[in-house]
Ligand binder design. Sequence first.
Ligand code: CA
Length: 226
Amino acid sequence: MKILIVEDEAHTGEYLKQGLREAGYYAELARNGVDGLHEATEVEYDLVILDVMLPGIDGWSVLNSLKRKKRQLPVLFLTARDSVEDRVKGLELGADDYLVKPFSFSELLARIKTILRRGNQIQEATSLQVADLTLDLVRRRATRAGRRVDLTAKEFGLLELFIRRRGEVLPRTLIASLVWDINFDSDSNVIDVAIRRLRAKIDDGFDVKLLQTVRGMGYVLDEPEQ
Ligand code: CA
């Protein structure tokens, strides 16, 4: 697996390159947006780790150009601020995930693994499945144990997000920005209400509950271990 790091801060860049190599990846470092865009376009990489704050062409422009040239190439962007605006902007431009600086190296590795695994699945996937729950991405239909589950467009989007990120606890803020395209207002219960409805539709009447609340953190969808 080949990973390109685009990062102008020498210390961070070298640290990432070294760490990724030790973790068994082939890693290269580009020190500015121009070189990063050129390298990512000319060479076949499996993933790009892209810093947003870069001199010259910033990370947003690199991401924008890159996604137009190589739509399938996964990009994980690094942002210095934990702001909803940054996350939404990056994800709208086509980034696959983001990390807020400072982050731990183990967190980075976990994200990389998830993105690479997801990338391999997405290439041919026309449906997604967790346990006996199936999402038909072409017909936009959900079934559980072979029975049709009627979902609104929003609920379908929400369920798709949960299945694509199965096993990951998704905070309300992330769900809000990805599915509702809104800044999350902590006084609002719109997300909890929607998830309660979705859960009733997919889990009520079944012994195995797939959608779980993680108190104080968010929600996770997965097949519980027996
Ligand atoms: Ca930087």
